[in-house]
Design a protein around this ligand. Structure first.
Ligand code: ADP
Ligand code: MG
Length: 299
């Protein structure tokens, strides 16, 4: 009798120890998740999607050169190519027809990010291939379909300071997955005649996602691209966009620069192709502005 009482007591004591242990581990995990480098602890990457459903506004150019600029600034960077055209992959020197797993395997075949991510001289890359176009349709019947990219990136987020996602020129499932995975969005807007067209559709999609799927989603900034200070049109469009997004437009503006257009055909970011060009200088300034804004936010 005495023996079984003793057994029960020790069993309860063990249970109590186990609960305390789990509680301390949970507290520790929460602390690590929220803390920064200052304590020498884990920091989760800032995940930034670059989105605008309009094509040709400079999304890919921004992703490739911003990621490379952050890498040069000694930040740990992952560039995620979510566009089946694979232009970001090409911009980082990876041919979209090359062997190896891609974003399609991550999204549809449950490949782990470690199997897909490749090291490049400009930072890590999660490449895309044309097969990713099929994922747009295949995702429709998948459970938890909005959060597949988010869940995959969370498993590697402690290895990076910034994760930059290049979105396709549409508001389909791949863009929605990107916006659900992101903490914030950069919206590149070209300073051309149709610049404002479709911007309200993007802001509506973003606020719908913020309300329902990702309450954390914020605008990192609106980036004026292909700006030509010699034309009245560029100046007027820039003013209009600043009115449309008060206090959200980055102070750096990306000029129309032929070296930026040439760099992808060499499979290199602009800093590697022509580091003295205006394009390289402006993307370095953009990286600095983003790092600065995020360090202020962290204070
Ligand atoms: N600032 C710029 N100056 C000159 N050409 C640019 C600039 N930004 C992008 N381009 C070119 O414009 C085209 C579209 O840009 P891209 O980044 O692919 O847009 P998106 O990804 O939004 O479709 C590409 O040929 C690219 O090289
Ligand atoms: Mg693109």
């Amino acid at each position: 009798m005495q023996c079984s009482m003793w057994n029960i007591a020790s069993f309860m004591l063990l249970g109590l120890f186990r609960t305390c242990y789990d509680f301390i581990v949970a507290l520790w995990n929460i602390k690590c998740y929220n803390s920064d480098y200052s304590g020498g602890e884990v920091i989760m990457a800032k995940i930034i999607a670059v989105a605008n459903q309009k094509g040709g506004v400079g999304k890919t150019t921004t992703c490739v050169n911003l990621a490379a600029a952050l890498h040069i600034s000694k930040k740990r960077v992952l560039l995620v190519d979510m566009d089946p055209q694979g232009h970001s992959s090409i911009g980082f020197g990876v041919n979209k027809h090359s062997e190896g797993k891609t974003a399609y395997d991550l999204i549809i075949n449950s490949a782990s990010p470690n199997e897909v991510i490749r090291k490049t001289p400009y930072g890590d890359l999660l490449p895309a291939s044309t097969s990713l176009a099929a994922a747009e349709v295949e995702l429709v019947s998948v459970n938890n379909r909005h959060y597949i990219l988010r869940d995959a990136l969370l498993s590697v987020a402690d290895r990076y300071d910034y994760i930059i996602i290049d979105c396709p020129p549409s508001l389909g499932m791949l863009t929605i997955n990107s916006l659900c995975a992101a903490n914030s969005v950069i919206v590149p807007v070209d300073c051309g005649f149709y610049a404002l067209e479709g911007l309200s559709a993007l802001t509506t999609t973003m606020s719908t996602i913020k309300k329902g799927l990702n309450p954390e989603l914020d605008i990192e900034g609106v980036l004026l691209t292909m700006f030509d200070s010699r034309t009245n049109l560029s100046v007027q469009i820039a003013q209009e966009i600043k009115r449309f997004f008060p206090k959200k437009v980055f102070s750096v503006t990306i000029p129309r620069n032929v070296r930026l257009a040439e760099a992808p055909s060499h499979g290199k970011p602009i800093m590697e192709y022509d580091k003295h060009s205006r394009g390289a200088e402006c993307y370095m300034r953009l990286a600095a502005e983003i790092c600065d804004n995020n360090s202020k936010e962290a204070l």
